[in-house]
Design a protein around this ligand. Sequence first.
Ligand code: NAD
Ligand code: TYD
Length: 346
Amino acid sequence: MKQPILVTGGAGFIGSNLVRLLLNSGESVITLDALTYAGNSANLENLKNADQYEFVQGSITDQNLISDLLEKRQPKAIIHLAAESHVDRSIADAGAFIKTNLEGTYYLLEATRQYNADEFRFIHISTDEVFGSIETGAASETAPYRPNSPYAASKAGADHLVRAWRQTYGLPVIITNYCNNYGPYQFPEKLIPLMITKAIQGNLLPVYGNGEHTRQWIYVEDHCQALKHILEHGEIGESYNIGGNTIIDNLSLVKSLCAILDELHPRKDGQPHETAITMVEDRPGHDLRYALDRSKIENTLHWYPTTKFEDGLRQTAAWYLDHRPWWQELLKNRYKGERLGLLHQD
Ligand code: NAD
Ligand code: TYD
């Protein structure tokens, strides 16, 4: 095996897309993943026999395991994606978010601090949610941190730890903050795969609050390309905001998705999918709008996303239509599509 890249959370949505991209571009990869409800070895099934690939099941909270891995495998980089990632679950129970996102990042940083390798880089993956709701304009890398959900707070805390380990111990880190991702292999609890899988099953499509909440979207392959670009060209100690091309409110997004599904998978009763949209109780503490300013990465690293939102949405809907056993297994055994993150139980 060549000197590998260690990807934490490589069995998750973004991680599995990234592992595939890195292997296809000739890199060696080790995945470290605890295989929580969101981690899925099926996401990496066709890579099992790749001779430049190794899977290690374990938690980033296990510092000895990480130290051992670093010592034995001598990776040239860590790309740190492992996290609890769903806001609604963080509202219901924040414990695992603090444990993995905050404590786990600390253990990973500590193990990395003891590891001496030339040209090594630690790429930390974070989110636009650390900046809180951005009512107008877009957040640059210097915007103040104002996390509002337990998830966002745990990621913000992790970002601060990464920054401190750079400032104090000189760790060669780069922080990346991304907007909402969508695409193949996303767990069907998140907005886009939830809507697609519910629509295919003929279920109601629950939009929170008045549907005016607005998110910025990036196709997962664009995100992974950005990560690879930053790994190769990013400047140590810097942070980069990676925003997608589209900022859209949830109701308009779900309507666009319904129109695509009307073409790809018309309802048997001839009604448009849009008729299944139902407005439901809002998420507690729901941030109104996220938006990232990506001029820094465009101007300094000459990177920008290439996938048009309409094309990415269509490819995503087609992928879920073509991969029903993948998500049906998850809906059967891990998550049945119920509402998460309300403060009362009905
Ligand atoms: P995901 O939930 O699909 O995957 C997370 C992966 O981490 C899973 O495979 C899970 O098993 C693993 N994991 C969880 N706890 C672990 C632990 N203690 N030790 C080792 N592995 C553990 O998440 P995702 O959507 O792929 O997100 C990946 C990263 O990107 C996260 O850090 C997330 O905060 C960040 N991010 C996601 C988005 C998005 O829209 N999905 C946007 C911005 C940033
Ligand atoms: P989500 O995919 O959970 O990502 P995040 O909260 O990290 O942005 O939700 C995206 C948006 O969609 C968010 O504003 C909440 C909203 N939403 C719904 O309206 N209905 C749903 O069933 C879900 C899961 C989310």
